[in-house]
Design a protein around this ligand. Structure first.
Ligand SMILES: *[C@@H]1O[C@H](CO)[C@@H](O)[C@H](O)[C@H]1NC(C)=O
Ligand SMILES: *[C@@H]1O[C@H](CO)[C@@H](O)[C@H](O)[C@H]1NC(C)=O
Ligand SMILES: *[C@@H]1O[C@H](CO)[C@@H](O)[C@H](O)[C@H]1NC(C)=O
Ligand SMILES: *[C@@H]1O[C@H](CO)[C@@H](O)[C@H](O)[C@H]1NC(C)=O
Length: 959
């Protein structure tokens, strides 16, 4: 007896019999879940109630479980239905776990639930209609799962629901009309579901308590219902990334509390409603990337406005004076419109303006003097306008500035001294204006200056020595000015310098000693100056120099033999005073033009040294001249006659709506069949250049048809110069000939009156971008993503290395990587950007971008040149997309782009924060290796990016 007592006393029994029934139910819950991190370790039967267990809270009086919150616990398994045995359970939160399989119909047994949050899990199947039978449910949050099927009609019967979030699932069908019956609803979020083309039911206007409405990326067509005017408590309206047409309804201004309106990336047209003056609460308005016309309504610029984005529209008129009333304005992005007139003189005077981008408009007048009055201005981007006058002295005190882009305006006068030396400025782009004066010595304090672009102005004086102290300088372009004096000796200290262009000035003296310190120099252009002395042999040891132009100076002495070490794309030493022998490598006919005009330089190349003119056959010369003139006249007449004939011939031909043009493969369909199918309901995609249609042919096969319209006026193209059209044809033909397993076939090309049709093979799984960012991403496990990266790399490598001539894609992005039935990837749309640019001369937007936002290599911003290396950068972004699962532009990145975000997050928070959480962690090592390749490809310096062939090899090795 005593022994038994002692045993009991010393070793408490492993089973306490006191744990109540609720605790026992919860232990069943624990048993049904896989718990790899032991998150539920304190759930055990030694307690008498579960009230102190992790994630559990009980009613303080009855000690009954009221809420279970097991968010972020890496739990896996089906939804634990045992929870519904807890009679007082009011809230279940299992956010961000791996709850899988489908949600059981019996969930309605959780009778007293008010909150059910299962967001960010792996639930599949359809939404249980029985959810609506839970009488007290107020918050239903199922976002970020893989639910499919339609939204059940029963959802119209919720009694108390206030918050419904089904975003980021795989729901299809349409947005049900019955949702308009949930009169208690305050927030409705259906964003990012692959609905069938759906209209916004006007019944949603009955949800008069609604405060938040998120319908972004829902495949919405049709118009914004005017019934939205009844949503008077609406604070946030997000309809971005749809295909909404029509104009912004004026009823929108009846909302008394609206703070944010997001309408970007739709097909809205017409004018913005003028009565927006009632939107006094508005903080953010974004209707960028639509086709909105007319003026910016004065009323839009209310007192609370923080951010106004209307870029890529067709807006006209001036920037309303009322914009200066807002004391909160931080961001104003109106680029690529047709806005004109001067800026309000008080712009920035009252508000903490940070980002101003008015590029590609027709603005004129001066930069307002108070733009930086609050000292917050970081970006001032005014390129390609008609601004004039001087840079205000006040901007020289604006030390917050980081990006200054004033290129291609009519600015003049001296640049304020301190403007040269702003400490945070990394891009100073003043090219193509009429600035005068000198570069101030204060430039020495521009410690962050990386690009100094001042070409084609009227700057003069000598280049200050202080430039040599700008350690961050990567590019200096100062051509086409009146600079005199010598090249500062200090310049050779700039070890990061990639491009130095001082051409077309009046610089004299010699090339300074120690040039070999410019380890990263890629381009050296000193053409058209007054430089003399010998060419330093040092130049031959610059490891990455590939552009060397010293033409039209007075260099003398020999061509240094060391130049043979360079791999030059451009070598121009013509029109100098060079003498002696040519280095053997260059003593070839193909280099003739690199050396002409050097009287002392005599290799055995024709015409390198001027011949003594021979004057004996004077008569002969006269006769020859006569013959030339005569044949020239005949030629001119001939061309004119031919042109007239050809034009009338073309005019007759134009009447046919579709002209078959080029077909590159054996095709079993007629182009007339296609023309009939280009209807709005067949649109499967759209880009800057035009829409893409899916066309099912009479033989049952499907093709994808890209219609390049790009603002080309009817028949414009046919009237274009013949040479231009020939170029187009040759180009399309080249594309049509390409056959590679990872490249989408171009079947044929037709001309459809008001645009061109490019007919491609149809890829049933659509684009990588659509799949990856639509929460269908669940389909893309890591092995599939890896294979896609490798396939696409293979395709691009073929374009870069195996095509003659090599083809630069120019628009590599996840939306241009298409997936066939087996999820094999093929590269699409290569080279089209260039063609489109040529065809769509009228489309301004195309002539200014090459590539898509988020994928454009940084050097493009200042070189405006596209080459293979820019493709490799864009492909790197695609790799980062595959690894992170995030789109290249994401609000989460803040002011950073994808590349910067990945690098900083990787460095500061570790690689786990970068990798898509949906990916199986067993592949982590391989994912990291691929991530490293992505980072390498997106290196800021083009020369450090690997070639596409190398990328393929690296990817294979990573696998
Ligand atoms: C639920 O738990 C998570 C993580 O433990 C916590 O961040 C969150 O605030 C909790 N939610 C509620 C409503 O208590
Ligand atoms: C749970 O709901 C039922 C009705 O569905 C009600 O009778 C019961 O009192 C509720 N229990 C608690 C603890 O609120
Ligand atoms: C809901 O809206 C529709 C159309 O907007 C209207 O015809 C209907 O009467 C409304 N229903 C209720 C209950 O208000
Ligand atoms: C604001 O709305 C009222 C009607 O609700 C209208 O009478 C008034 O003209 C509007 N004000 C502006 C500035 O649009």
């Amino acid at each position: 007896m005593i022994l038994v007592f002692l045993l009991v006393f010393l070793n408490p029994p492993p089973y306490a019999f006191a744990l109540n029934q609720e605790g026992l139910y919860l232990l069943q819950v624990k048993q049904s879940l896989s718990d790899p991190t032991n998150a539920l370790s304190d759930w055990n039967n030694r307690d008498d109630t579960p009230c102190n267990w992790r994630g559990i809270s009980c009613n303080s009086l009855t000690r009954q479980v009221e809420s279970v919150n097991l968010s972020d616990s890496q739990l896996a398994g089906p939804f634990p239905l045992f929870l519904c045995r807890l009679p007082s359970l009011r809230s279940v939160l299992l956010v961000n776990n791996s709850i899988n399989s489908s949600l059981p119909v019996d969930i309605s047994a959780c009778r007293n639930l008010t909150t059910l949050d299962l967001s960010q899990n792996l639930l599949v199947g359809s939404l249980p209609h029985s959810l609506a039978a839970i009488p007290s449910l107020q918050n239903l949050i199922l976002s970020g799962n893989n639910f499919s099927g339609e939204i059940p009609a029963s959802f119209g019967q919720f009694q108390r629901l206030q918050y419904l979030n089904l975003a980021e699932n795989l729901l299809h069908g349409t947005i049900p009309v019955v949702l308009g019956n949930i009169s208690t609803l305050k927030e409705l979020d259906l964003a990012y579901n692959p609905f069938f083309p759906t209209h916004i039911p006007s019944e949603l206007g009955n949800l008069t308590n609604l405060e938040q409405l998120f319908l972004a990326g829902c495949n919405i067509v049709g118009q914004i219902p005017s019934s939205f005017g009844r949503l008077v408590y609406l604070q946030n309206l997000d309809l971005s990334l749809n295909r909404i047409t029509g104009s912004v309804p004026s009823s929108i201004s009846e909302s008394k509390s609206i703070e944010q309106i997001e309408l970007y990336n739709n097909s809205l047209s017409g004018e913005l409603p003028l009565n927006m003056g009632n939107l006094t609460t508005l903080k953010r308005f974004d209707a960028s990337m639509n086709e909105i016309t007319g003026a910016i309504p004065a009323g839009l610029c209310g007192l609370q406005l923080e951010s106004l984005n209307l870029y890529y529209n067709r807006l006209e008129g001036t920037l309303p004076e009322s914009i200066t009333r807002s004391e909160t304005l931080q961001e104003l992005k109106l680029f690529n419109n047709k806005l004109s007139g001067p800026l309000p003189s008080q712009l920035g005077a009252n508000s903490p303006l940070q980002r101003l981008d008015l590029s590609y408009n027709r603005f004129s007048g001066e930069i307002p003097g108070n733009l930086c009055a609050k000292g917050q201005l970081e970006d001032i981007i005014l390129i390609y306008n008609s601004f004039s006058g001087e840079v205000p002295e006040s901007l020289g005190r604006c030390t917050s500035l980081g990006r200054v882009r004033l290129k291609h305006n009519r600015f003049s006068g001296r640049i304020p001294d301190h403007f040269w030396g702003l400490p945070k400025v990394f891009l100073l782009e003043l090219a193509e204006n009429s600035f005068t004066g000198e570069i101030s010595k204060t430039i020495s304090s521009a410690h962050n200056l990386s690009i100094l672009s001042i070409s084609n102005n009227r700057l003069a004086g000598s280049l200050p020595d202080e430039i040599g102290s700008l350690e961050a300088l990567v590019e200096m372009s100062a051509s086409g000015n009146g600079f005199t004096g010598q090249i500062p000796r200090s310049l050779v200290e700039l070890s990061k310098l990639v491009k130095l262009d001082l051409s077309e000035n009046k610089i004299d003296g010699t090339i300074p000693e120690g040039v070999k310190g410019l380890m990263n120099l890629n381009e050296l252009n000193l053409a058209n100056n007054r430089l003399s002395g010998s060419i330093p042999s040092d130049i031959g040891s610059l490891p990455v120099l590939n552009y060397l132009d010293l033409s039209s100076n007075s260099f003398s002495g020999e061509v240094p033999i060391e130049l043979q070490n360079l791999k030059l794309n451009v070598l121009n030493l013509s029109n100098n005073q060079l003498s002696g022998e040519l280095p053997p490598l260059y003593a070839k006919q193909i280099y003739r033009n690199s050396f002409v005009g050097n009287p002392g330089l005599c290799a055995d190349l024709d015409g390198l040294c001027p011949k003594i003119s021979q004057s004996k056959n004077k008569n002969c010369v006269w006769i020859l001249t006569f013959i030339f003139v005569l044949s020239g006249l005949v030629l001119v007449f001939g061309v004119v006659w031919f042109y007239l004939k050809y034009r009338s011939f073309k005019r007759n031909k134009k009447r046919a709506t579709v002209t078959k043009w080029r077909s590159f493969h054996k095709i079993g369909f007629s182009e007339y069949e296609i023309a009939g199918c280009l209807k709005e309901e067949n649109v499967i995609g759209r880009g800057a250049s035009g829409k893409v249609y899916k066309v099912v042919l009479s033989n049952g096969e499907a093709v994808a048809v890209k219609k390049i319209s790009g603002g080309v006026k009817k028949g414009d193209f046919l009237n274009a110069a013949d040479t231009e059209r020939d170029e187009f044809e040759t180009e399309v033909e080249t594309l049509g000939k390409i056959r590679h397993k990872n490249i989408v076939r171009l079947w044929c090309c037709c001309n459809a009156g008001n645009g061109q049709l490019l007919v491609y093979e149809y890829m049933p799984n659509g684009s990588l971008g659509d799949l990856l960012h639509s929460s269908k991403a669940g389909l893309l496990d890591w092995p599939t993503r890896y294979k896609i990266a490798l396939d696409a790399a293979d395709g691009l490598s073929y374009l870069h290395h195996d095509c003659v001539p090599p083809i630069v894609h120019r628009d590599v992005k996840s939306n241009n990587i298409l997936l066939d039935g087996e999820l094999n990837a093929r590269v699409a749309d290569f080279g089209v950007a260039k063609i489109v640019k040529r065809v769509g001369k009228a489309a301004e937007s195309m002539s200014v971008i090459a590539g898509s936002y988020g994928y454009i290599a940084p050097e493009y911003a200042y070189t405006l040149r596209v080459n293979e290396k820019s493709d490799i950068y864009s492909f790197g972004v695609v790799i980062l997309e595959l690894v992170t699962g995030k789109p290249p532009t994401d609000p989460e990145f803040g002011e950073k782009d994808m590349v910067k975000w990945v690098c900083s997050t990787y460095n500061q928070k570790g690689v786990e924060q970068v990798i898509d959480p949906r990916l199986d962690s067993t592949y982590k090592e391989q994912i990291c290796r691929v991530l490293d390749i992505g980072i390498l490809c997106t290196s800021a310096l083009p020369i450090t990016r690997p070639s596409m062939r190398k990328v393929v090899k690296l990817l294979q090795e990573a696998g």
